[in-house]
Design a protein around this ligand. Structure first.
Ligand SMILES: CC(C)C[C@H](NC(=O)C[C@H](N)C(=O)O)C(=O)O
Ligand SMILES: [Zn+2]
Ligand SMILES: [Zn+2]
Length: 365
């Protein structure tokens, strides 16, 4: 199947001007001027913007929630919601409730999303320590289950965590690293960071006092407070990757990240279909909303309205997550990468979403 996309203003995420893209068997084959390819399906995009398909590296694809009892369980995600948000690669995870939510269900949902045309992977585990794996062992899950690319979301500094010790966390990161080496996967541990006073101290401890490379530790929700964010900037300056949940007001943090020179170590994720609970100072639930994946690109648009450079901000949901998760065929518009492309109009409205060369969404302009 040959698809020829004509006249696109291409952000690889770096702007390379107006060119044509040939996609063959789901992979980007050529990126050149004035391509003519016989027997190809031609789409003339007359000057629209093309960016790499978005990577959302933290989504509760089978739903989550439950922190306010059964009525607060959140629903599983649909392929339509992901595609409408421009997401062509998604990493699924469990959260607080790993009693009624299972890794088997997460795995099956990930396979469903692949069958429906996008690309998905999963983290093994949930908030809890010991880690709730599929095969009873972190390394086994990484080495023997193709969809598993890391561990998460392991809760630290949070009243809902298992109160893990530093030794327990060290062991989890160590197993993720070796499992990742053997399986040639990222082997990252995605840490859910709460607003507890110890923040990401454990992660600095491990980076400074063990042989484990810092890039195996990938903390999320780092925008939860200003002090946590400033610790996260220090972590990024040491070579770590940090993740902002886009449901919070992230534009300030994006601006600071660009000014601090760490935007290349920053990703944004939606926490889609995870719960967004609010607790009072006594740990009582006040309210609970459900996160949506639309915040991912909405945050990019808000940042551009603030005057931040599009090329800089778009990296946080394309090439940056591809780097930390070692998804080498994702996150860029380059030869041999997957044909995952989002087409935008001049107002950054999502017009088309192409995943592995297939047109999954098209809105009439
Ligand atoms: C970043 C904040 C706003 C939301 C965050 N969400 C989760 O961690 C997922 C949720 N607990 C679930 O299991 O569905 C939180 O609860 O702190
Ligand atoms: Zn979380
Ligand atoms: Zn989450």
């Amino acid at each position: 199947m040959l698809t020829l996309l004509k006249n696109l203003k291409i952000f690889t995420p770096y702007y390379i001007g107006k060119k044509d893209i040939l996609i063959a068997n789901g992979k980007i084959e050529l990126i050149e001027d004035n391509l003519v390819v016989p027997f190809s399906k031609v789409l003339d995009l007359n000057g629209k913007i093309a960016v790499p398909g978005f990577i959302d590296a933290h989504v509760h694809i089978i739903g989550g929630g439950g922190e306010g009892g059964f009525q607060t369980r959140t629903p599983e995600i649909t392929i339509e919601e992901l595609v409408d948000s421009g997401i062509t690669t998604v990493i699924g995870c469990l959260g607080t409730d790993d009693v009624t939510r299972s890794m088997e269900d997460l795995y099956a949902k990930s396979k469903q999303l692949d069958e429906l045309g996008i690309t998905s992977f999963i983290y093994t585990g949930s908030y809890s320590v010991p880690v709730k794996t599929i095969m009873g062992d972190i390394k086994k899950d990484l080495v023997l289950i193709d969809k598993v690319i890391g561990v998460g979301e392991i809760a630290i500094s949070d009243h809902r965590s298992s109160q893990p010790t530093l030794e327990e966390i060290k062991r989890i990161v160590a197993q993720a690293r070796v499992g990742g080496l053997i399986s040639k996967k990222a082997g990252v541990v995605n840490f859910h960071v709460g607003n507890g006073k110890n923040g990401i101290d454990y992660l600095f401890e491990i980076a400074e006092n063990t042989e484990i490379p810092i890039y195996h530790m990938y903390p999320t929700h780092v925008g939860r407070s200003k002090e946590l964010f400033h610790r996260a900037i220090e972590f990024a300056k040491k070579g770590g990757f940090i993740d902002l949940t886009a449901s919070e007001s992230v534009v300030d943090y994006l601006e600071i990240s660009i000014n601090e020179g760490i935007i290349d170590n920053l990703t944004m994720t939606s926490d889609g279909h995870g719960s967004l609970p609010k607790f009072d100072e006594n740990g009582r639930l006040i309210k609970l909303d459900v996160a949506s994946t639309t915040v991912l690109f909405e945050s990019v648009k808000k940042a551009v309205e603030r005057g931040l450079k599009f090329e800089e901000v778009i990296k946080t949901i394309t090439i940056n997550p591809a780097k930390v998760l070692k998804l080498n065929s994702k996150g860029r518009i380059e030869k041999e990468t997957d044909g995952d492309i989002v087409v935008l109009d001049e107002n950054l409205k999502i017009e088309k979403v192409i995943a592995r060369g297939k047109l999954l969404k098209e809105v009439q302009s």
